[in-house]
Design a protein around this ligand. Structure first.
Ligand SMILES: NC(=O)c1ccc[n+]([C@@H]2O[C@H](COP(=O)([O-])OP(=O)(O)OC[C@H]3O[C@@H](n4cnc5c(N)ncnc54)[C@H](O)[C@@H]3O)[C@@H](O)[C@H]2O)c1
Length: 258
């Protein structure tokens, strides 16, 4: 259950917060007392920010300099930075042979390079002296960044990069007072998956093998991100936690021969 004081006095950046998992995460952090900067390309981010009492910033995170601009905006607004949630991303991957240069660039620029650059800009401001609650970086990878899944190569490679960035930086930054973790969502009901969820083949291929037999909600992912950003996760570093209804651990065969 949300605790209205869990993030009192802390300032957070959530990217891709105009809708979906990012909007749910920004709302959860704000509900629990954080000041939140919502950064997104989509104009809806401004209304979303207003709705939860946060600060909105329209920005293309894939552009050079965007990481620094996001961090500067948060510091101007809040005077501090405690939590970075790297959530913004694009879907719609294709088999590699059908992926032209532009498509590969789009996935790597948005889903990986933008994350590296924003994280680099945030690190100096997240670092904590000993005796203080550590700064937090929580990034959104994917089950497709852990297990192979046909037809998603450019997307999956970027998401695997986020998982490896998490392990890499956990080791480098824990001594500086920053905890770095990630979540790996399975199929979550958002704009990214909406086009597929009504499709019978997709349901058989992706939802039926999921032990919980349903898609997750953005709020269910946001709850795990909030946990990783909280003091309850004070001894957790370098983990990529699947929020996937059990799909990675125990994929099921279809209910009946089809
Ligand atoms: N929905 C799923 O099933 C699922 C599964 C695994 C991982 N994910 C990951 O979760 C994250 C959130 O996805 P979602 O499902 O909420 O999708 P979504 O499409 O609803 O939200 C993504 C948000 O990111 C923003 N965004 C995209 N490119 C951007 C850019 N260059 N600059 C700024 N903002 C940008 C979009 O405008 C959008 O508001 C993504 O990283 C996605 O890869 C989603």
């Amino acid at each position: 259950m949300p605790d209205p004081k869990r993030f009192a006095g802390r300032a957070a950046i959530v990217t891709g917060a105009a809708r979906g998992i990012g909007a749910a995460t920004a709302a959860r952090l704000a509900e629990e007392g954080a000041q939140v900067l919502l950064a997104d390309l989509a104009p809806e981010v401004m209304a979303q920010a207003e709705a939860i009492g946060g600060v909105g910033l329209r920005i293309d995170l894939a552009a050079r300099g965007a990481g620094e601009a996001v961090v500067d905006t948060a510091l101007d607004a809040f005077g501090r930075l405690d939590i970075l949630v790297n959530n913004a991303g694009i879907g719609g991957s294709k088999p590699l042979l059908d992926s032209d240069d532009d498509l590969i660039d789009r996935f790597i620029d948005t889903n990986l390079k933008a994350v590296l650059r924003l994280t680099r800009a945030a690190i100096p401001h997240l670092a904590r002296p000993k005796g203080h609650a550590p700064g937090r970086i929580v990034s959104v990878s994917s089950t497709f960044g852990i297990a192979g899944y046909p037809g998603t190569t450019a997307y999956a490679v970027a998401k695997a990069g986020i998982a490896q960035m998490t392990r890499q930086l956990a080791g480098e930054l824990a001594p500086e007072g920053i905890l770095v973790n990630a979540v790996a969502p399975g199929v979550i009901e958002t704009a990214m998956t909406m086009g597929h969820l009504g499709n019978d083949y997709y349901r058989r291929a992706v939802l039926e093998p999921t032990p919980l037999r349903r898609a997750g909600t953005p709020e269910e992912v946001a709850a795990v991100i909030a946990f990783l950003a909280s003091d309850d996760a004070a001894y957790v570093a370098g983990q990529v936690i699947a929020v996937d209804g059990g799909w990675l651990a125990a994929r099921h065969p279809p209910r009946e021969a089809g």
